[in-house]
Design a protein around this ligand. Sequence first.
Ligand SMILES: *[C@@H]1O[C@H](CO)[C@@H](O)[C@H](O)[C@H]1NC(C)=O
Ligand SMILES: *[C@@H]1O[C@H](CO)[C@@H](O)[C@H](O)[C@H]1NC(C)=O
Ligand SMILES: [Cu+2]
Length: 490
Amino acid sequence: MKFITINLSLPIFLFILVATSCLGTPDEEAELDPELTTCIHQCKHQDKYSRDDKQECTRGCHKYHQMKKQRERQIEEQVRRRKEHEMEQVKEKQRHQGEEEEEEEEEENPFLFDDDDFETRFETEDGRVRVLHRFTKKSNLLRGIHNFRLATLEAEGHTFVSPCHFDSEAVFFVVKGRATIGMVREEKTERFNLEQGDIIRVPSGTPVYLVNRDHNQKLFIAKLHMPLAVPGKFEAFYGPGGRNPESFLTAFSWELLEAALKSPREKLERLFQKQEKGGIFKISKEDVESVSKVKGSGIWPFGGRSSGPFNIFKSPIMSNQYGRLFETNLDDHSQLKDLNLILSFANITNGSMTAPMYATRATNVIMVSDGKGYIEMVCPHVSSTHSYHPFKASLKPGVVFVVPTGHPFIIVASNKNNLQLLRFQLHAQGDNTLTFAGKKNVVKALDKEAKELAFNYPADKVDEIFSRDEDLFLPGPDSYDFEEHARAYA
Ligand SMILES: *[C@@H]1O[C@H](CO)[C@@H](O)[C@H](O)[C@H]1NC(C)=O
Ligand SMILES: *[C@@H]1O[C@H](CO)[C@@H](O)[C@H](O)[C@H]1NC(C)=O
Ligand SMILES: [Cu+2]
C-alpha cells in the first residue's frame, strides 16, 4: 500500500469500511459502483486537500476498486473450483455404488464426448485450458483407458502461457497456430518452434511454457496426459509466478521460505505479489520476438535421439483421392515409444469414407479438428436387438469419439468439407488396423476353406464383394442423407 500518502488515509479508510460491508455485488459496472462513487465523493470534499491531493486521492479510489474486483474474481474462481471438486466427489461416489450393476444399462452414447464433457481448468481473457472428463465418468466400458486425460489449450495471438510442470507424462499436438515451447531441463531451457502438425513430448515434472508467436492466429494445442501420481488425475504446478497464477512456493511457511531463499519476508512478499495476469496473457511484439528466439534447428546435436518436436505431415502412409492418412510410428519416434502411443491424422475428402475397420490392440481416441462427418461403430457390450449395438454420432470440431480395441467402425465425411481427425492410439505397441473392404482386407486374407465354411458361399463370389481397387479411403455413399443421420443421432 505504498501508493497511499498519509493525508489520504481518511477517505481510504472510509472506502474500506464501505467496501467490506458491501462485498458480493460483483456485477456492477465500475461507473455505477456506489462504493467507488462514495470514495471519489469523499476525496472531492476534503477541504484541506489541494487539487493534487484530490487527484491522488481519486486515483487511490480507482486503484482500490480494481483490487477489490480482482479479489472478488479470485474468490469466485475458488468457490467455483471447490464446487466442481465437490460435484466430482459426489459423482465418484455414485459411480462406485453403481459399479456392481451390469454394464448394459447405458442410455446415451458412452463413446461420444462433446463440448459439455470438457471442464475449464482455467480461463483468462487471452486463453483457456480445458480438460475432458475422465473417460470412465461416462462409462465403465472405458476403464481400460482410465489413466489417460485429453486436454486442449487455446491462446490468443501474441500470448505467453506461464511455466508449470505436471504430475503426468504429456504429449502436445499442434492442431493450429505457430508456437514456441520452452522446456526447462536440468541446467538450461530448451526452446523449439512448433508448427501445425508438430508433436512434442513433455516429460513428467518438466517445467514448460508456451508462446503464441503469431499475431492474429489463435494457437490450439491438443494434449494427452498420462497421470503418474493419482490414476486418472493430473495437476499443474506453477513455481515461477506470483498471485495469479499462484506460485506453489507461497504455500510454504514464511520461515521456511526465508531460510531457503535467504531473503526477508518483505522482500519475498514483494516478489510474489507481482504477477497477477493469470496463466495466459498478452505480451508485446518485442517480448514475443525475444522469448521465441530458437537456437539452431532444434535437432539434438550429439547424434543421439532428438528430444525436440517432429511433424506428422512429413509423408502420408496412405493417400488416394478419397483421403490421406499420416501416422507416427514407434520405431522412428522414440519419444512416444515407451508411452506406447501412436498419433495419426486423417484427412478424409468430402463425400468419401473409410472402409469398415478395427484396431487390433489400440484404443483410438479420435478428436475432430476440422470439418463435419459421421461415425458408426458397433459394440457387443451393450444389449440391442442385434448381437452388436450400432453407435452412431455426427462429428464436428470439438467432438471426441472413443473406439475401443477390436470395435469395428466406419467414418464418413460430409459432402461439403473434408473431415480432419486427430487420433491418439493408446496401447499402440503391436497395433494393426484391419479393414473389411479394399485392396487388402481381412476377408480376402481368410483362407478359402474357412471362408466358404464361414459364409456358406463360394469363396470367389465372396471376394468379389469385399475386394476393390482402393485402400482404406473409399468413395462415400450416394444416397446417404447426412443431415438426417446427424439429426437422428446428434
Ligand atoms: C486436408 O486436405 C485438404 C484438401 O486436400 C487441404 O486443403 C487441407 O489443408 C488438408 N489439411 C491438412 C491439415 O493438411
Ligand atoms: C466436394 O467439394 C467440392 C468443392 O467444394 C465439390 O465440387 C464436390 O462436388 C464435393 N464432393 C461431393 C462428393 O459432394
Ligand atoms: Cu463395446
